[in-house]
Write a protein that binds this ligand. Sequence first.
Ligand SMILES: N[C@@H](CCC(=O)N[C@@H](CS)C(=O)NCC(=O)O)C(=O)O
Length: 212
Amino acid sequence: MLQLYFSPMACSLASRIALMEAGLDARYHLVQLRTKQVVGDDSDFRGVSPKGAVPVLVLENGERLTESAAVLQYIADLKPDTGLAPRLGDPDRYRLQEWLSFIGAEIHKAFLFPTFWYSDEGSLAKPRARIPQTLSVPSAHLADHEFLVGNGFTVADAHLTWALLLLRPAGVDIAQWPSLSAYLERMQGRPTIKEAVTTEMALRKTLATGPA
Ligand SMILES: N[C@@H](CCC(=O)N[C@@H](CS)C(=O)NCC(=O)O)C(=O)O
C-alpha cells in the first residue's frame, strides 16, 4: 500500500486530496515538522527523507518520492482514467507542469514558506509586496476557466486549493480577487477536499506547528 508522510494543512494536503480523488488507499504518517518527529513512533523524520519536508510518498516498491510536483503527477498517473493529469504526450501535460511549478515556487516557496517559517518582519517585506502580482496570474486565468488545466479537476487544482487555503492565515484576503474566491469556494465544495480539510484541521489542533 502507498504511504504518505504529511503534516496537517502543509503542502502534503494536495497529495492527500490527489490520493482521495484517485480512489487510492494509503497509510498516512503524521509528521511534526518543527521537531522532525514522526508522531506515530517518535522516529526522526530525516531518516525517511533527508530533506525533512513533506510530502514523502512511499511507493509500492518501497522507494520514496518527494517534491509535490512529482508526487502529485505520480499519483495521477496511477489512475490515468481519472483525468487528474493529462496523459504524457498531451500538450496540456506541460500546462499542468507549468502550474505545478508556479504554485510550488512562486506561491509556496516565495511567499507561504517565509511567512510561516521566518519571524523577522524585515525578510517578509519583499514576499508580501510581490504576492499580489503573483496571484494576479491564476486570478486572470480563472476569470474565464473553471479549472487550471483543461475542462476538469487535475492535481494542479489540488495544489492551488491548498495554497489558497493558507493565504488567509498568512494575512492575505483573497476577496480582492473575485475569481480566486469563487474558485476556492467551488473547490471547497468537492467532497474529497471537504473531507481532507476536515481531517487535517482536526489533526492540526493536536500539533503546534507551522503548515507551509
Ligand atoms: N519543494 C517541496 C517543498 C516541501 C516543503 O517545503 N514542505 C514543507 C511543508 S508545506 C515542509 O515540510 N517544511 C519543513 C522544512 O522545510 O523544514 C515540495 O514542493 O514538495
